[in-house]
Design a protein around this ligand. Structure first.
Ligand code: SIN
Length: 269
């Protein structure tokens, strides 16, 4: 009788990106997606691999997304594959992770992984990221959590993760602590459902500057029209769209946290 543990079988789907990139000159320039997935997994052997695409993720398009989703689903539907790891460029990884999170139907783990430094770089982060991604994908607690992103010794949910820095290996961030401001792209006159309204009111009570803007794309969000801004301590964006409201709030918060003064800025600028 063999006492060897049965290890889960994982499939790696490769799409390119810096994790498969090769430097062309010095320590800066490089070509994304230069290495095959076989070369990549030499650092993490004993994985099944499939090259789905070989591109920089700025070129990740809908047809590649559909192919990737189909290959992911097919792997998860086959009885002998426990989880899928996807190597991907970091530039648009958050979009692909969110897309797969919405369309792939399985409780089995799907983990996206990339690298900020090409495979030939000094201190390349790809091999360790890939190793960690495989370890997460093989772990029982990764089941039922939707699509995950693993980078720089961290695990992120697809819904929350975003690339936040052009070069740093710790570029991926999820729900920030110590939030100073929050812009809500509400419906109609910057309106919110009851649950979101209660959460926003709680945030404002805890000192977060909460701005109500509208997702409609035009018009003015008025104070105290349908929502009691005075009572909740909210700021209204007036006629600024959510993107611009965010910019103004960021700048405003460098000067003051006072809700009344911030509101004046939204009426002024
Ligand atoms: C890409 O997104 O394909 C290039 C950048 C990266 O992978 O970090």
């Amino acid at each position: 009788m063999s006492l060897a543990p049965t290890l889960p079988r994982l499939r790696v789907l490769a799409t390119g990106g810096t994790i498969a990139g090769a430097q062309t000159k010095g320590t800066r320039g490089y070509q994304a997606a230069a290495f095959s997935v076989e070369a990549l997994i030499a650092a993490v052997p004993q994985l099944e691999v499939e090259q789905v695409a070989a591109l920089g993720s700025q070129d990740m398009d809908e047809s590649t997304w559909r192919k990737l989703a189909a290959r992911t689903q097919a792997a998860l539907d086959s009885s002998d594959i426990a989880a899928v790891v996807i190597t991907h460029g970091t530039d648009t990884m958050e979009e692909t992770a969110f897309f797969l999170n919405l369309v792939v139907r399985s409780a089995q783990p799907v983990v996206l992984v990339g690298a900020m430094r090409p495979a030939t770089a000094i201190s390349a982060d790809g091999p360790m990221n890939l190793y960690n991604a495989v370890a997460v994908a093989a772990h029982a607690e990764a089941r039922g959590r939707g699509v995950l992103v693993v980078a720089n010794d961290e695990i992120h949910f697809a819904r929350e993760v975003a690339k936040t820095n052009t070069t740093q290996v710790g570029t991926f961030r999820a729900t920030a602590r110590g939030l100073a401001g929050l812009v809500l792209a509400g419906v109609g006159d910057g309106n919110l459902g009851a649950v979101a309204l209660a959460a926003a009111a709680e945030a404002a009570k805890n000192g977060v500057a909460v701005v109500r803007s509208s997702r409609t794309g035009g018009g003015v969000v008025e104070r105290n029209l349908e929502i009691d801004d005075d009572r909740h301590g909210f700021i209204v964006a007036d006629e600024l769209n959510p993107q611009k409201a965010r910019v103004l709030l960021m700048l405003g918060l460098t000067r003051t946290c006072d809700v009344g003064t911030l509101q004046e800025m939204f009426f002024t600028y």
